[in-house]
Design a protein around this ligand. Structure first.
Ligand code: S3P
Length: 189
């Protein structure tokens, strides 16, 4: 653990973890680091971590790219809605959602009512750079990734903005973002 993550002491993090009585859900665009930040948060809080995209892949026994190819985006969104509803069982855990999940009004209302919701945001250059590292996102194969990311980020912003906690993850170390998330949860609870 490096210095930034210990901005809150281990005892303070343990005290915060005891106050967390619901799932912690990360929402926001592809490439903001929801999964890696979520993993780090879960480790620090000693909570289980669930990647909703992986849960969808497991339920379908297909990769997300395969679901899009074989069944189309609407089928993926339907599976996403059902899997997230199942994950909102009140158990304490950290969940990273796929970038489109919180856009669905039903899913959004459910998450907002049952979880501590955090919108992770980043600037377009960061999103382009981070998403270029993997070729697993079908939406970004449909044209110029920068244009697609810019359009989706603009379209989705009003939905993401309903999350009570908003954190911009910059280019600095992820541990700094994690420390900020912990502090914001502490302030919000
Ligand atoms: C999507 C984001 C992806 C994945 C799917 C669609 C989106 O998840 O669910 O490719 O619509 O933004 P990540 O945000 O984890 O990349």
């Amino acid at each position: 653990m490096d210095h930034d993550e210990t901005e809150l002491s281990t005892a303070e993090i343990a005290a915060l973890a005891r106050r967390i009585d619901r799932p912690v859900v990360l929402v926001g665009m592809m490439g903001t680091g929801k999964s890696s930040i979520g993993r780090r948060l879960a480790t620090l809080l000693h909570l289980p971590f669930v990647d909703a995209d992986e849960a969808i892949e497991e339920a379908a026994q297909l990769t997300i790219a395969e679901i899009f190819e074989r069944h189309g985006e609407a089928a993926f969104r339907d599976g996403e809605r059902r899997v997230i509803a199942r994950l909102m069982d009140g158990e304490r855990k950290v969940i990273a959602t796929g970038g489109g999940a919180f856009v669905n009004a039903e899913t959004r209302a459910l998450i907002l009512s049952k979880a501590i919701t955090i919108w992770l945001d980043a600037d377009i250059d960061t999103l382009v750079e981070r998403t270029a590292r993997k070729n697993t996102r079908p939406l970004l194969r449909q044209g110029d990734p920068r244009e697609i990311l810019t359009r989706l980020r603009d379209e989705r912003r009003p939905a993401y903005a309903e999350a009570p906690i908003h954190i911009t993850s910059g280019r600095g170390p992820q541990s700094r973002t994690v420390a900020r998330v912990l502090k914001e949860i502490d302030a919000w609870l």
